[in-house]
Ligand binder design. Structure first.
Ligand code: PHE
Length: 348
């Protein structure tokens, strides 16, 4: 083997080494030149078949070449490892300037938010918040509230019955039964608000649901008058719908109050001018109320000569619809996030 041939071999090996740019290609290169069956190895092994006078020169040259290539290989391996590391670091780099992933947290249902808002207002006026059963005895839902079995007013509440044979059991059609339960358990002074779910046997449409929420209010003490009712409701309406609201009380009938009233505010959309929301009247009815009927007081063992009181009841969904211009009550219970998520900025 001439020294030119060895030079050519060196050049080729070094050129190939330069082209190996992955650890995998490097391993291949090593096998090809320096491995057990590599070119250099085989040549060294074949020295024996050379003429004796050539062996020392070729042997030395090949050994030198082997050392050169091994050193070059190690150097190249170091470089390739660094290149691969750099490439991986770049590929796996974390961009700390990217915005974080916002976890999808839920929002409180608009009805829940409204219940909190309303009960908060009354809590600050000195009312306590209590809750009661949704499955109720006919006695509390009707009889104790001065609505006897055959009374035509009973039809107004379109009740869903659980049991009607022996003891009447119903899904409460209003929160008024809690007036009785609270008065039965306590002595005046009483000031409570009662939020809760109600049910009615109702054809569902844009303004009627077969289940909905009410908030009941009750104040009983000595010397409680209609003036207290008017002042309390006016303050409540102004906190919920704006300080500038005007209020209206008109006669209405509920068997458990006397006198009964309906309470309205001037329309906040047209300010009383008359528009679609208020049906052109300029007024929006918010709730029913009245002085607790003497018979109801007697039913719970109170002396109507000593105690007087008033009560009110309002529909929560209706309040949300009025405050935020929701056109259809059915939106509340369809679980549509496009609707529900719109209430995520209302301060709770
Ligand atoms: N319970 C009545 C209803 O559901 C509302 C009401 C409550 C009226 C208290 C007067 C007093 O319509």
């Amino acid at each position: 083997m001439s020294s030119e041939q060895i030079d050519l071999l060196r050049e080729r090996a070094l050129r190939d080494l330069e082209e190996a740019s992955s650890l995998e290609a490097l391993a291949e290169w090593h096998a090809r030149y320096l491995g057990r069956r590599g070119e250099i190895t085989l040549r060294l092994r074949g020295l024996g078949s050379l003429p004796a006078e050539e062996r020392p020169r070729v042997g030395r040259a090949l050994n030198e070449l082997k050392e050169t290539l091994e050193a070059a290989y190690e150097e190249r391996e170091r470089v390739v490892r660094q290149l691969e590391l750099a490439a991986r670091m770049q590929a796996e780099a974390v961009d700390v300037t990217l915005p974080g992933r916002r976890p999808a947290i839920g929002t409180l249902h608009p009805v829940t938010q409204m219940i909190r808002e309303v009960t908060d207002i009354f809590a600050h006026l000195g009312f306590q918040v209590v809750e009661g059963p949704e499955v109720e005895y006919g006695y509390y839902a009707f009889d104790a509230l001065n609505i006897p079995p055959e009374h035509p007013a009973r039809d107004v509440w379109d009740t869903i019955f659980i049991e009607s044979d022996r003891k009447e059991i119903v899904l409460r059609p209003h929160t008024s039964p809690m007036q009785i339960r609270v008065m039965e358990r306590r002595k005046p002074p009483i000031r409570v608000v009662v939020p809760g779910r109600c049910y009615r046997y109702e054809a569902v449409d844009a303004t009627h649901e077969w289940h909905f929420h009410q908030i009941e209010g009750l104040a009983v003490d000595e010397h409680i008058t209609m003036a207290d009712l008017k002042g309390t409701l006016a303050e409540f309406a102004r906190q919920l719908f704006g300080r500038e609201r005007r209020v209206r009380f008109r006669c209405d009938f509920f068997p458990f109050v006397e006198p009964g009233v309906d309470f309205a505010i001037d329309c906040m959309f047209c300010r009383g001018e008359g528009c679609r929301v208020c049906g052109g009247s300029g007024w929006i009815e918010i709730l029913g109320a009245g002085m607790v009927h003497p018979q109801v007081l007697r039913n719970v063992g109170y002396d109507p000569g000593r105690y007087t009181g008033w009560a009110f009841g309002m529909g929560v969904e209706r309040l949300v619809m009025l405050k935020y211009g929701v056109p259809d009550i059915r939106y509340f219970y369809q679980g549509d996030l496009r609707f529900l998520a719109q209430f995520d900025r209302i301060p709770v």
